[in-house]
Write a protein that binds this ligand. Structure first.
Ligand SMILES: Nc1ncnc2c1ncn2[C@@H]1O[C@H](COP(=O)(O)OP(=O)(O)O)[C@@H](O)[C@H]1O
Ligand SMILES: [Mg+2]
Length: 255
């Protein structure tokens, strides 16, 4: 099962991706969490100790340029994916391994490609190899990483939406992009919902654009309190309303 979480900056992608990983990991799934954001912060939600030893940073020298056919070149990751995981993956609580791909260093050697190429190729490598795990990709606020046919390995993409117009509009754009990339299942996650009126606003908009809503996650003080302490909401209060909503959602993932 491979899913991607998309949406405008600040809507709650990382909170939702990370909490979902924890929930899935706690029910005995082996989870691969990919942080695709150039400002990575998934590790906090995953509950990784701030003082834990970090794996080496990924850099552009992990990519090579190979000749495909006459005069045609392509970029590819040099290592098999399991080796990438054992070298660059970071063990997190609850059966999760985190791979941070969003901010590769530019090496003086190697393919001389840009960091975008590295992210794209790594996401491709992660999504196209092995099927034993659940993979959750926390995207940056664009679907750039998923060009190059990667989308065919993604089972579902969720676009996170807050109950205000610009966020709804952005969700509609993400949904269109995802469909253009060939991802068949695109659904919305309504986040930071405070009341029925806000729920209705999201429901009406999504109905209009034909976007199914997978779950509503309430606006939750616990998320803010956890943020203030620099910890994850599930570690702050495992019975927080947002965690409960995501537990219900996680149980329906295979439907
Ligand atoms: N359900 C929620 N209730 C309250 N605050 C939330 C909720 N979800 C996310 N937040 C807050 O919104 C902000 C952005 O969340 P984040 O997950 O970092 O978004 P993104 O990854 O999309 O940029 C954070 O301050 C986070 O604490
Ligand atoms: Mg984020």
């Amino acid at each position: 099962m491979k899913i991607a979480i998309a949406g405008k900056g600040g809507v709650g992608k990382t909170t939702i991706s990370g909490t979902l990983c924890r929930i899935l990991g706690r029910s005995n799934n082996e989870v691969l969490a990919i942080d695709g954001d150039p400002n990575p912060n998934l590790s906090v939600v995953l509950g990784i100790d701030k003082n834990a030893k970090m794996p080496p940073s990924l850099s552009t020298d992990i990519i090579e340029r190979v000749e495909e056919a006459e005069g045609k070149w392509k970029f590819q990751v040099k290592m098999p994916f399991p080796e990438i995981m054992s070298t660059y993956g970071q063990k997190a609580p609850d059966n999760i391994t985190l791979l941070m791909v969003g901010k590769p260093e530019i090496a003086g050697t190697g393919c001389m490609c840009g960091s975008h190429t590295v992210v794209r190729e790594l996401v491709h490598s992660a999504l196209s190899s092995g099927d034993s795990q659940i993979t959750v990709l926390d995207t940056e606020a664009s679907l750039e990483h998923m060009k190059r046919g990667t989308s065919r390995y993604v089972d579902k993409i969720y676009t996170v939406v807050e109950p205000y117009y610009r966020s709804l509009e952005a969700a509609s754009r993400f949904a269109d992009m995802a469909k253009q990339l060939g991802i068949k299942k695109v659904e919305a996650i309504g986040n930071k919902v405070r009341n029925e009126e806000e729920k209705m606003a999201i429901t009406e908009y999504c109905q209009k654009i034909g976007l199914p809503i997978a779950v509503f996650v309430p606006f939750d003080e616990n998320v803010m309190e956890a943020d203030l302490k620099g910890i994850s909401v599930i570690d702050h209060n495992k019975d927080a309303p947002s965690v409960k909503a995501l537990e219900t959602f996680a149980a329906t993932l295979w439907n």
